[in-house]
Design a protein around this ligand. Structure first.
Ligand code: HEM
Ligand SMILES: *[C@@H]1O[C@H](CO)[C@@H](O)[C@H](O)[C@H]1NC(C)=O
Ligand SMILES: *[C@@H]1O[C@H](CO)[C@@H](O)[C@H](O)[C@H]1NC(C)=O
Ligand SMILES: *[C@@H]1O[C@H](CO)[C@@H](O)[C@H](O)[C@H]1NC(C)=O
Ligand SMILES: *[C@@H]1O[C@H](CO)[C@@H](O)[C@H](O)[C@H]1NC(C)=O
Ligand SMILES: *[C@@H]1O[C@H](CO)[C@@H](O)[C@H](O)[C@H]1NC(C)=O
Ligand SMILES: *[C@@H]1O[C@H](CO)[C@@H](O)[C@H](O)[C@H]1NC(C)=O
Ligand SMILES: *[C@@H]1O[C@H](CO)[C@@H](O)[C@H](O)[C@H]1NC(C)=O
Ligand SMILES: *[C@@H]1O[C@H](CO)[C@@H](O)[C@H](O)[C@H]1NC(C)=O
Ligand SMILES: *[C@@H]1O[C@H](CO)[C@@H](O)[C@H](O)[C@H]1NC(C)=O
Length: 318
């Protein structure tokens, strides 16, 4: 091989590698020319949805989390079951629990009307989660974009990867480590429980079986969540301010008022106590850590470039 042709091949290989790397990255300006009004359209839709139902902000934040922990942030959580396809919606952590699919459908319709076939469902969900946090008084951040939608879903991965409220601290740390997230990022992301509600079935073991819970708090919860009935009775994850995205979730933990067993594990004499305590006195630190951890979580396992597709309907593969 002549030196010049070697050099040509070498350059081509280098270029190819650069292109591959570049296409694997998300960018905040991904839709700048292809769909310049996409962000304001989603923001308007989220503000309307939360005005009708403030809990929807919590539900959409959680839906994005449940998308990302199962084969990456690829919209897999949005796929409906069909006669020959099983999606993630009936996985144990999602069944009768995840909500907000109609809000994503409505956002998708608005965005399709604006720029058909351009914006992925996975990106809509990531932006919806951010706009929800902002609308409920939390911090803002720039969402890197360019995710594409999966053509598959995985119910067994949803059952395996999504952390259960019965986990102890080491189980929580392992669950997040499996997604490339640190223990500190796990603690910051758990601050998502400053908004929204949980069902009795999720907090029953904590209020009846755990001793690290404030007695008045457990008594008030036992009054609404019986030992052997009422699985669907809802209680706020943040007993103080469940409709505001703030640092009160952590303050509650200091007085043993975490709703889930897993919540109280973050402040139970272990390695994460100091971080929890620091967030109670410095909400700026919580907001900064939460936003950087959200950006990291929302880039887990993304499909980019020509992988996957841009679904027309978020509920089914094209
Ligand atoms: C650390 C491990 C986590 C565990 C064990 C966990 C577990 C749970 C459980 C059991 C519920 C109640 C579901 C129900 O009863 O229907 C819930 C709700 C919720 N989770 Fe988590 N979660 C975790 C992390 C996160 C993260 C990282 C976020 C987001 C950043 C998040 C956001 C939410 C929100 C906002 C709700 C309320 C949803 C609503 O009201 O519709 N969670 N979580
Ligand atoms: C993309 O649009 C945003 C918002 O309009 C603007 O601030 C930014 O400079 C644009 N970036 C590029 C690369 O066009
Ligand atoms: C089953 O899957 C095939 C191929 O993916 C699809 O064409 C067909 O419509 C599906 N049938 C039903 C009943 O969903
Ligand atoms: C999901 O919930 C429905 C309604 O409660 C129930 O009938 C169904 O068995 C559940 N599915 C799974 C897979 O647990
Ligand atoms: C789901 O994920 C598991 C673990 O990665 C894998 O073994 C399995 O084949 C996947 N199932 C489907 C339906 O993709
Ligand atoms: C945490 O839970 C796991 C699995 O249930 C168990 O093996 C481990 O001993 C527990 N760790 C602590 C510190 O309790
Ligand atoms: C807050 O809690 C109340 C009462 O439990 C509930 O009606 C409301 O939907 C909750 N809001 C949010 C954003 O969680
Ligand atoms: C509480 O613990 C007992 C004994 O370990 C167990 O049988 C029971 O199912 C637990 N109850 C709840 C609500 O978790
Ligand atoms: C429970 O409430 C009573 C009356 O408000 C108060 O005196 C007591 O200190 C509270 N107990 C705990 C453990 O917070
Ligand atoms: C609060 O946290 C921020 C961000 O980590 C830090 O810059 C600041 O110094 C902290 N403030 C106090 C009073 O500790």
């Amino acid at each position: 091989m002549a030196p010049s042709s070697f050099s040509f091949c070498y350059s081509a290989v280098v270029l190819l590698c650069l292109c591959t790397v570049a296409s694997a990255q998300l960018s905040p300006t991904f839709y700048n020319t292809s769909c310049p009004n996409v962000l304001s359209t989603i923001q308007t839709g989220i503000q309307a949805a939360l005005q009708a139902d403030s809990r929807m902000g919590a539900s959409l934040l959680r839906m994005h989390f449940h998308d990302c922990f199962v084969q990456g942030c690829d919209g897999s959580v949005l796929l409906d079951d069909t006669a020959n396809f099983t999606g993630e919606k009936t996985a144990f952590p999602n069944n009768n629990s995840l909500r907000g699919f109609e809000v994503i459908d409505a956002l998708k319709s608005s965005v399709e009307a604006l720029c058909p076939g351009v914006v992925s469902c996975a990106d809509i969900l990531a932006v919806a989660a951010r706009d929800s946090v902002v609308t409920l008084g939390g911090p803002t951040w720039t969402v890197p974009l360019g995710r594409r939608d999966s053509t598959t879903a995985n119910i067994s991965l949803a059952n395996t990867n999504l952390p259960a409220p019965t986990l102890n601290l080491s189980g929580l740390i392992t669950s997040f480590a499996n997604q490339g997230l640190t223990a500190a990022e796990m603690v910051a992301l758990s601050g998502g429980h400053t908004i929204g509600l949980a069902r009795c079935v999720s907090y029953r073991d904590h209020i009846y079986n755990d001793s690290n819970i404030n007695a008045n708090y457990s008594a008030s919860l036992r009054a609404i969540c019986p030992f052997s009935s009422g699985d669907d009775v809802l209680a706020p994850l943040d007993v103080a301010t469940n409709a505001t995205f703030d640092n009160r979730y952590y303050t509650n933990l200091l007085s043993n008022q975490g709703l889930l067993h897993s919540d109280q594990e973050l402040f139970n004499g272990g390695s994460t106590d100091a971080q929890v305590t620091s967030y109670t006195t410095n909400s700026t630190a919580f907001f900064a850590d939460f936003t950087s951890a959200m950006i990291k979580m929302s880039s887990i396992g993304v499909l980019t470039g020509t992988s996957g597709q841009i679904r027309t309907n978020c509920r089914r593969v094209n």
